[in-house]
Design a protein around this ligand. Structure first.
Ligand SMILES: Nc1ncnc2c1ncn2[C@@H]1O[C@H](COP(=O)(O)OP(=O)(O)O)[C@@H](O)[C@H]1O
Ligand SMILES: [Mg+2]
Length: 247
């Protein structure tokens, strides 16, 4: 039996609606198509929606795990391309801030999982205690930022809090919904100019995903855009990002 544990990474952001869950699910799809074995953890515990992106209705979720009613392998759901995901709940406010005991249950359960190449953790937006926690337990932190000025300032706020609370210095930046690569790079540089001035951290530009009308069409149909539109610009851009992740 393969007991290896792969890379763990969080996808996080300052502002909501920047495309984190969309990126996580489609990233998993591309990695899965590439024969990488992938877990997704829906860490937006109280407003999770990974299941919606897959068009699935899980029977159990992370609440059953945290309450000790189910084991991790009983709540894991299999999606396309062999992707396995751990569903969250929607509308259960009490999970929006985990207690220490709940964190311990969750962490030891995640440690039971093995034999994967990537564990992608989709966090809520913002700087809640759960966001800080999930970023602290992952090896790599990916911040999604868009050209929206609020997204840029909120990304800075998240970077500052994550750095101060976890001591992490290395962060990866994905620019989503940019017009083109030039705009994406200018967003990255804007962010870099403030972090270089005020924080002792490193930002690695991983890539960008263009704004792409096919994403909204696929999302409305609860289809993955990478599956539905394999040749659309957003898919090509995300494939490039995934190639970087596996190399
Ligand atoms: N590059 C893009 N171009 C067009 N629409 C996008 C793009 N990325 C994401 N979206 C759309 O933005 C919305 C919010 O995405 P979502 O992944 O739910 O954000 P988050 O998880 O950060 O809150 C979704 O309707 C999604 O289809
Ligand atoms: Mg989301």
């Amino acid at each position: 039996m393969d007991k290896k544990r792969g890379k763990t990474l969080t996808i996080t952001s300052g502002k909501g609606g920047v495309g984190k869950s969309s990126i996580v699910t489609n990233m998993a799809y591309i990695l899965g198509a590439n024969m990488e074995s992938v877990y997704i953890v829906d860490a937006d515990l109280s407003l999770g929606n990974i299941d919606i992106f897959f068009g699935m209705t899980p029977r159990f979720n992370i609440k059953d795990l945290i309450e000790g009613k189910k084991g991790i392998n009983e709540i894991v759901v299999e999606g396309p391309n062999g992707i396995r995901f751990i569903p969250a709940t929607s509308g259960i406010a009490e999970l929006s801030s985990l207690t220490d005991d709940q964190r311990n249950i969750l962490l030891s359960s995640l440690h039971e999982l093995n034999g994967y190449d990537f564990m992608l953790i989709d966090t809520p937006a913002g700087i809640s205690s759960n966001v800080i926690y999930f970023n602290s337990i992952s090896e790599s932190i990916y911040i999604v930022v868009t050209p929206d000025p609020a997204s840029i300032t909120d990304s800075y706020a998240v970077l500052k809090v994550l750095h101060n609370k976890t001591g992490r210095k290395d962060f990866n930046i994905i620019v989503n919904m940019a017009k083109d690569e030039a705009e994406a790079l200018s967003i990255y540089r804007k962010l870099l100019s403030v972090t270089d001035q005020f924080l002792n951290i490193y930002l690695d530009y991983v890539g960008y995903i263009p704004v792409d009308a096919n994403i909204r069409i696929a999302t409305k149909k609860q289809k993955l855009w990478t599956e539905y539109y394999p040749d659309t610009p957003a898919t090509k851009a995300l494939v490039k990002i995934c190639n970087k992740m596996v190399s």
